[in-house]
Design a protein around this ligand. Structure first.
Ligand code: JB3
Length: 221
C-alpha cells in the first residue's frame, strides 16, 4: 500500500496553494511542513512546520516516505532545484500534486514533482517535466513541452506546440503564440504576448514581447 505521509519543503505562499490541493486528496493523510528554524511550530492551513532541512533524513527514517518541494520560483529556480536534489538523494518518493479541478488529457506525459493548480488545463500530447509548476488557470495546449523547473504562472496560455525550456518563468496572463520556443532561464513578464522565439537567459516583456536584457551578460559585468 502507498505510504500516506508527506513532507512539504517550504512553508510560504506556494505551500499554501499546494496544501489546499493536497488536503482534499485521499492519497496523503499525514501532511507536515519543513521550513527554516525561525518558522518552527508555525502552522499553514492547520498543518505544522515540524522541522528544518537538517531533519529530513531522520523524518524519512521515521516513515515520511514522500516529499514535495513547496518553495516556489519567480525566475530563479536554484533553491527549488537544490531542495529537489536533497530529497532525491535521501530517497524520498516525489509525487506530482494535481488539484482536483484541473482538466488534464489522458494523453499527456507528466513527470514527478510537478504541481498543477486549480482550473489548469493540459491538452493532448503535452509533456511536463520534473519539478515544473503549472499554476492556477494556466492553459497548456496540445503538444506543448514544459521542461524541468519551468513555472507557468496563473492564467498564462501556451498555444499549441510551444516549447518552454528549463527554469523559464512565464508570467501571469502571458500568451505564447503557437510553435514558439522560449529558451532556458528566460523570464517572460506578466501579460506579454510572445510572437517570436526567445534566446536563453533573456528578460522579455510587452505586447509584442521584446527582449530588454540578457541575464548572463549582466552577470558578466
Ligand atoms: O505566483 C504565484 C501564484 N506564487 C508564487 C510562487 C510560485 O513562488 C508566490 O507568490 C511566491 O512568489 C513564491 O512562493 P514561495 O516560494 O512560497 O515564497 P514565500 O511565500 O516567500 O515562501 C518561501 C518559504 O520558503 C518561506 O517560508 C521560507 O522560510 C522558506 N524557505 C526559504 N529557504 C526555505 C528555505 N524552506 C526550506 N525548507 N529550506 C530552505 O532552504
Amino acid at each position: 500500500m502507498m505510504n500516506k505521509r508527506i513532507l512539504l519543503i517550504g512553508g510560504g505562499g506556494h505551500c499554501k496553494s499546494v496544501l489546499d490541493s493536497l488536503i482534499t486528496s485521499p492519497n496523503f493523510t499525514d501532511i507536515a511542513i519543513i521550513d527554516t528554524k525561525e518558522n518552527l511550530g508555525k502552522e499553514i492551513l492547520n498543518r505544522k512546520i515540524i522541522g528544518t532541512d537538517d531533519d529530513l533524513e531522520k523524518l524519512f527514517n521515521e516513515g515520511y516516505q514522500n516529499a514535495f518541494i513547496t518553495v516556489g520560483s519567480i525566475g530563479d529556480t536554484q533553491l527549488r532545484r537544490k531542495l529537489f536534489d536533497m530529497v532525491k538523494r535521501i530517497g524520498f518518493n516525489i509525487p506530482s500534486i494535481i488539484d482536483s479541478s484541473a482538466i488534464i488529457s489522458e494523453n499527456v506525459k507528466i513527470d514527478r514533482g510537478i504541481f498543477i493548480g486549480k482550473n489548469a488545463v493540459i491538452n493532448a500530447g503535452a509533456e511536463i517535466s520534473e519539478g515544473a509548476i503549472i499554476n492556477t488557470g494556466a492553459i497548456i495546449e496540445h503538444d506543448c513541452r514544459v521542461d524541468k523547473f519551468a513555472h507557468i504562472a496563473p492564467g498564462a496560455v501556451l498555444s499549441g506546440d510551444v516549447v518552454i525550456e528549463e527554469n523559464v518563468h512565464i508570467g501571469a496572463r502571458a500568451v505564447i503564440k503557437q510553435q514558439i520556443r522560449i529558451r532556458s532561464n528566460s523570464i517572460i513578464g506578466m501579460g506579454s504576448v510572445v510572437l517570436n522565439d526567445i534566446p536563453p537567459n533573456s528578460i522579455a516583456y510587452g505586447n509584442p514581447c521584446a527582449i530588454y536584457s540578457n541575464k548572463a551578460k549582466r552577470e558578466e559585468k
